[in-house]
Design a protein around this ligand. Sequence first.
Ligand code: PMP
Ligand code: GLU
Length: 395
Amino acid sequence: MSNQLSDRINSVTPSATLEMAAKARELRASGKDIIGLSLGEPDFNTPDYIKEAAIQAVNDGYNSYTPVDGYAELKQAIITKFKRDNDLVYEPSQIVVSTGAKQALYNIAQVCLNKGDEVILPCPYWVSYSDIVKLADGIPVEVSSSIENDFKMTPQQLEDAITPRTKMLWYSSPCNPSGSIYSKAELRALADVLQKHPQIIVVSDEIYEHINYGVTAHASMAEFNDMYDRTVTVNGVAKAFAMTGWRIGYIGAPSYIARACNKLQGQVTSGANCIAQRAVITALIESPDRVQYMVDEFKERRKLILELLNNIDGFKCNEPEGAFYVFPDISAFFGKTLNGTKINNASDFAMYILESANVATVTGDAFGNGNSIRISYAASEKEIREAVSRIKAVV
Ligand code: PMP
Ligand code: GLU
C-alpha cells in the first residue's frame, strides 16, 4: 500500500544517523558484538543538578500544557545564556523553545521557504538539513568542500552558489560532521558576500557551541549588526548537557520568524515537554563550566582516535576543532576489494566495516560528502581502541 502515501513522504530519505543506530541495535539484539560509533550522542549521564531540577518540577506539579513558545522563565534563561555566551541581545518575542533543535530547524524551513526557494548547504552538512528543506518544498544547493580546506565554504564559493532564487544559507559551527569551526573573521567574510544579497536569511546552528577544543573561539553570525536582523540562531541542550532524549532546542530570531514558528508549532506539537523545560532552565542558568568535564573528556578521546586512525593506511583525517566526530576521507579504498567485498563508495565502506568489523559508523554521502565516513568518538576509550583496531584489521 505504499503507493497510498504522499509524494512528500516518498521523497524523504530516512535519517542515516538514526537508521544506522537502529541497525546497530538490531544486530546487537541478534547477538553480535557491535560497537556503535554512528550516533552523535554523549555517553554521559545528564548531570545531577539538572536531573534534580526535573525531579523538583515533577514534585511541584508541573504537568500542564506550557505556553507554545516555552515557559517565560525558560525564555529568560535563554536570553541570559545568549547574552552571557554570545553577546547576543534578544527579547522574549524573539525566542521559541521547541522539541529539540531538530523541530526548531523544521519550523524555520516551513515558515521561511516557498516552493522552489534555494537553500545553500555547505558540505558536509548535518544529515537532516537537506530533507528538512525538501519537506518545505525548498531546493538544497550543496556547496562542496574537502579536507584540504578544512571542510569550510569559502566566500567565493558562497558567491558562486547564490542565484535570484536563493532564500537561505544553513550551516552548523562547530560542524556536524566535520568538527570544523568558522572563526569570527571567516564568518565576517561570508557576511560580506551576503551584504550584496539582502534577501538571504541565515540559519546558524550552534548546538555544539560548548564542545569546542580551544583552537578557534565560537562565533555567531548574529553578532554582526548587519546580519542580526536576518539570522536565526539555533541551539539546544542535547549535546553539551548530555540531554539528547529530553528533547529541548530553541531559537533566537527576528520577531516575525519567531512569531511564525510559534504559530506553526501551536498547530503541530504545542509547547515542548514541561518537565524537560524546567530542567533546562537550570542547565542554562548555571555556568557552562559545570559541564566542561565532558568536553575535557571528549578532547582526550579526540586525541586518541586521531592517533589511532592516522595509523591506518588509506585514512586521511581532518583535525576537528569541536563537536565529537571525525570525518576521515577514505576515498583511497574506492575501487579496491577488501576480503572479497568490492568498495565503490563511502556507503560500501561503512557497510563493510559494520559487517566485517562490527563497528557502526555513518557514510559521508548522508552529509553531502561521498569521500568520507563519520565516526563519533562520544564513546569510551576502551570502545574507541577496540573499534579502531577492528577496522584496522579488516582494511
Ligand atoms: N543540529 C545538529 C548539527 C545536530 O547534530 C543535531 C543532532 N542532534 C541537531 C541539530 C538536532 O538536535 P536535537 O537533538 O536537539 O533535536
Ligand atoms: N544529531 C545526532 C547525529 O548526528 C543525532 C541523530 C539525529 O538526530 O539524527 O548523530
